[in-house]
Design a protein around this ligand. Structure first.
Ligand code: BTN
Length: 231
């Protein structure tokens, strides 16, 4: 069960990296949380700033049968949004799984799989959320913390417990009805089919939103896109 075993560190390089290296020794559902990460990372290998005051944790899954990685990511991005809703805070998901409030990023989710051939041995889902931590000046226009929204310090552990509880419910309810979770995730998405986006300086129209990719029409040329961020 998600969160039955919780391992906590004062400081670690990355909770995702720890579980990827040590998954053999821990059961399905193990959570690793750290007060700070010295070398946290996000999608596309980007550095993820993770000082004290933020919520940085990873969950280990040892699936008996193969599930898409994006399913796990979706479980947690929806769990984060639901947790915020329980706190009367409205958030959206920026495709594919960033949690945004008022145009600024609050949280991100990163799922990584360890495979033996086609067989998934382990899946590690990392969640990073700016909570009480200061946002560096150069990120202030793009990132936000929860403290700024609520006006007070938030208990990191209570917040994690609440996300884990929502994730448990969502996982149980939708692992056999994955399309139903995709529909919920789509409702929270900032981007809608038909919207225009700018990518590499070109304007395109989103024709189809998939969990792993977007189909974008650039003046009649349909391209499959895996990331909306500049590299
Ligand atoms: C993203 O938006 O690119 C995903 C960010 C994921 C960050 C979390 S923090 C806990 C876990 N450990 C890491 O090194 N990364 C994830």
């Amino acid at each position: 069960m998600i969160g039955e075993k919780i391992i906590s560190f004062e400081s670690i390089d990355s909770t995702n990296r720890f579980l990827k290296e040590n998954y053999r020794f821990y059961p399905d559902g193990t959570v690793v949380v750290a007060l700070e990460q010295t070398s946290g990372y996000g999608r596309n290998g980007r550095h993820w700033h993770s000082p004290r005051g933020g919520l940085w944790f990873s969950v280990l899954f040892k699936p008996r049968k193969s599930l898409e990685l994006s399913f796990y990511t979706r479980v947690f991005s929806v769990a984060v949004v639901k947790t915020l809703e329980n706190m009367k805070i409205h958030a959206n998901i920026k495709w594919p799984n960033d949690v945004y409030i008022n145009g600024r990023k609050l949280a991100g989710v990163l799922s990584e799989g360890i495979f033996e051939g086609a067989k998934p041995l382990a899946v590690v889902v990392g969640v990073g959320m700016n909570v009480n931590n200061e946002i560096p000046a150069e990120l202030k226009t793009r990132a936000i913390n929860l403290k700024e929204i609520t006006g007070k310090e938030i208990s990191i552990i209570k917040l994690m417990e609440s996300i884990l509880k929502n994730a448990r419910v969502i996982f149980r309810k939708y692992s056999k009805k994955k399309e139903a979770l995709t529909r919920i995730w789509k409702r929270y998405l900032l981007q809608k089919e038909g919207d225009f986006v700018f990518l590499e300086g070109k304007k395109g129209k989103i024709v189809k939103i998939n969990p792993d990719s977007l189909l974008i029409d650039f003046d009649g040329e349909i391209r499959r896109v895996y990331s909306l961020s500049p590299h």
